[in-house]
Design a protein around this ligand. Structure first.
Ligand code: AMP
Length: 263
C-alpha cells in the first residue's frame, strides 16, 4: 500500500467480515484489492492460495491443478480445511485448541449447551475493527458456507452482479501478475507498459483457466453451485447485491455500503 493510500484509508468502527460472491470475471479480485486499500481490510482469495500451491508444487497444488484447468470446483472438505486453517493462522478465528477428547473448545461448549459462550469464544479474536477481513472466492457452495458458519460469524455478503456479455469480454482481455494476484485488463485497466506488471515490472501472463472453453465451464459450475449460495445468504439477511458494468461503477457503491454498515 502506498503512503498516500494509507493516509486516505477510512477507519471502520466495527469489525467487517465480508464475503465477496460473483461469477468468475465479475471483478472480485479488483474489488477486494480496492477495499483493502480503502479500509485496510485484509483479504484471502481462495483462487490465489490454490494457484500459489500449484506454483510451489505442493501436494494440494498437484491435486487442484487438473480440476482447475478443467473448470471444476475443488472438493468442499479440502477447501474448508484450507481456508479455515488460513483464518486461524491469521488469528481471525479461534486457533482451535482442543480438549483432551480431541474436540475444539468451542465445540465442547456447544455440546454442553453453552452456545452463546461458544460464540463469544469464537469471536474473541475477531471483534476488533482491525481484524476486519474479506473472503474472495470462498465459500462457493452451501456446504462450504455451512462449515464457515460454524467457525466464524461473517456479517456481510456482497453479490457482484455484472452482465454476462461484459464478463466474457473482460476475460478475453484479462492478464494477471500471478505472484501478487494483480489483475489487468487490456481495455479497462491496462498496465503502464503492455504485458508487464506496474509494480514489479515482471511479465504478465494469461490464467490457464481463462481460455474460452474452460471459462464457459467455470460459468456453468458457478451457476450450479454458487447461485444456491445467494439464496442461503439471502435467508440469513446478510446478502446485498450491487450491480454495474464496470468495476469503477461498483466500487463507490460498495465503499458507501461498507461505510454505512461498519464506519
Ligand atoms: P478464482 O480465482 O476465484 O476464479 O478461482 C479459480 C479456480 O479455483 C476455480 O475455478 C476453482 O476451480 C478453484 N476454487 C477457488 N475457490 C474455490 C472454492 N471456494 N471451492 C472450490 N473451488 C475453488
Amino acid at each position: 500500500m502506498s503512503a498516500s493510500t494509507a493516509n486516505h484509508a477510512r477507519k471502520l468502527r466495527k469489525a467487517a467480515r465480508v464475503i465477496l460472491v460473483g461469477p468468475p470475471g465479475a471483478g472480485k479480485g479488483t474489488q477486494s484489492g480496492r477495499l483493502l486499500e480503502h479500509f485496510r481490510l485484509s483479504a484471502i482469495s481462495s483462487g490465489d492460495i490454490l494457484r500459489e500451491n500449484i506454483r510451489n508444487r505442493t501436494p494440494l497444488g498437484m491435486q487442484a491443478e487438473s480440476v482447475m484447468r478443467g473448470g471444476g470446483l475443488i472438493n468442499d472438505a479440502v477447501m474448508v480445511k484450507l481456508i479455515v486453517g488460513e483464518l486461524s493462522k491469521r488469528g481471525w478465528v479461534e486457533s482451535r485448541p482442543t480438549t483432551t477428547s480431541g474436540i475444539t473448545v468451542t465445540g465442547a461448549l456447544e455440546i454442553m449447551g453453552h452456545t452463546s459462550a461458544a460464540k463469544t469464544a469464537r469471536l474473541a479474536a475477531s471483534n476488533c475493527p482491525s481484524s476486519s477481513f474479506l473472503l474472495d472466492g470462498f465459500p462457493r457452495t452451501v456446504t462450504q458456507a455451512e462449515s464457515l458458519d460454524k467457525e466464524v460469524d461473517m456479517n456481510f455478503v456482497v453479490n457482484l452482479n455484472v452482465p454476462r456479455d461484459v464478463i466474457l469480454d473482460r476475460i478475453a482481455n484479462r492478464m494477471v501478475h500471478e505472484p501478487s494476484g494483480r489483475v489487468y485488463n487490456n481495455t479497462w485497466n491496462p498496465p503502464q507498459v503492455p504485458g508487464y506488471d506496474d509494480v514489479t515490472g515482471e511479465k504478465l501472463t494469461k490464467r490457464a483457466d481463462d481460455c474460452p472453453e474452460t471459462f464457459a465451464k467455470r460459468l456453468k459450475s458457478y451457476d450450479k453451485s454458487t447461485a444456491p449460495l445467494l439464496e442461503y445468504y439471502d435467508k440469513t439477511g446478510l446478502l446485498w447485491t450491487v450491480s454495474g458494468k464496470s468495476s469503477d461503477e461498483i466500487t463507490p457503491q460498495l465503499d458507501a455500503e461498507i461505510f454505512r454498515r461498519f464506519g
